[in-house]
Design a binder for this molecule. Structure first.
Ligand SMILES: [Zn+2]
Ligand SMILES: [Zn+2]
Length: 333
């Protein structure tokens, strides 16, 4: 055990930093590999890296991080995805899909998914690289600060981002400057090429960027933003990719917006499991559909590309303003 109340080096979390990123930095600042640090400080029976600690942070970890770095408990909890409860998703649950939260898909310490995205320009800014909480959000497909597309994998080898794995099997590596390197091939993620966002509709991208900036601020309570709009946006995204529920909807919106179709994953999988490029494409179309509410939905309804019964399908706790509009559509028919 390291002695004393505080750890010898106890950096505080950066703005919007994820718990996992912060923990690795704390270990490195104390001159240790993260696994060694965790084993020393928390004991070997407390396994951390076989789970998504940003989503399921154990209370003992939060308490230790708070006490040993002199950071308030509230601030430590804010480094987890729990802070999005009641905003991006309704109620936190440990298993299953949380709306808008990218899953890491961990099996026996390995990650198969691409649940941690990054902006190479943001990563390269500041004193040292760190990973943001907002990069775990499924509609955060581009950086509103740099207007570039995010990456959800290493551009060199195609593996997902798993920064704590960088040290496995490398006994001497305690260099804290490693968070930006791909764990598999060592590529410097700060130098990942940047792809500008194609903002094909001013209004759509204005609303979208505004919400991304709100997420940057930790999904702060906002008097002029109603989070239930994001629940409806999610429903539109789910319908857009569903060949069973609304097979003609996506083609209709693509035609209205002059957007070329892209190949979509045909299997029935959650929106959050779809590749970044697909999510980005579908999100743009859904933002467009929700804009000028409810006239575009009505037009789609009149065009018979969306049916009454699918608009509320699998949509738990749908907002009242949405349900009443859907009912109105039905009664107009
Ligand atoms: Zn950025
Ligand atoms: Zn790589």
């Amino acid at each position: 055990m390291l002695n004393g109340e505080l750890w010898p080096a106890h950096p505080h979390p950066y703005r919007d930093e994820l718990l996992s990123s912060w923990l690795v930095r704390v270990a490195h600042a104390n001159g240790l590999k993260v696994q060694t640090f965790c084993a020393q400080e928390f004991g070997n029976d407390h396994q951390l890296w076989n789970r998504d600690i940003d989503r399921m942070a154990p209370a003992w970890l939060i308490e230790s991080m708070s006490a040993k770095t002199g950071t308030s408990l509230k601030r430590v909890w804010e480094t987890t995805l729990l802070g999005y409860e009641g905003k991006l998703y309704d109620k936190y649950h440990p298993a299953g899909q949380l709306r808008w939260i990218l899953p890491l898909q961990i099996y026996h310490r390995k990650r198969r998914g691409y649940g941690l995205q990054f902006c190479s320009k943001c990563l390269a800014e500041g004193c040292e690289p760190y990973y943001r909480r907002s990069w775990r959000v499924a509609f955060y497909t581009f950086c509103p600060k740099h207007d570039v597309m995010l990456w959800d994998r290493c551009p060199s080898c195609g593996n997902g981002v798993v920064f704590h794995r960088l040290e496995l099997g490398k006994p001497d590596l305690i260099d804290g400057s490693s968070l930006q390197c791909c764990w598999f091939c060592g590529f410097d993620l700060c130098s990942a090429p940047t792809v500008p966002v194609n903002k094909w509709n001013d209004r759509t991208f204005l609303s979208w960027s505004r919400v991304l900036r709100l997420i940057d601020r930790g999904a702060a309570d906002s008097r002029d933003f109603d989070y239930s709009k994001l629940a409806v946006l999610h429903q539109f995204c789910a319908l857009m990719v569903s060949m069973r529920c609304a097979p003609k909807l996506i083609a209709y919106v693509q035609e209205k917006t002059n957007q070329l179709p892209i190949p979509l994953v045909k299997r029935r999988i959650a929106f959050e499991l779809r590749p970044l490029v697909e999510r980005h494409h579908v999100l743009g179309l859904s933002w467009w559909l929700i804009s000028r509410w409810p006239s575009r939905l009505r037009a789609a309804w009149k065009y018979r590309v969306v049916r009454y019964n699918v608009l509320g399908k699998d949509f738990n706790a749908a907002p009242e303003w949405y349900l009443s509009e859907v009912k109105r559509l039905f009664s107009d028919n």
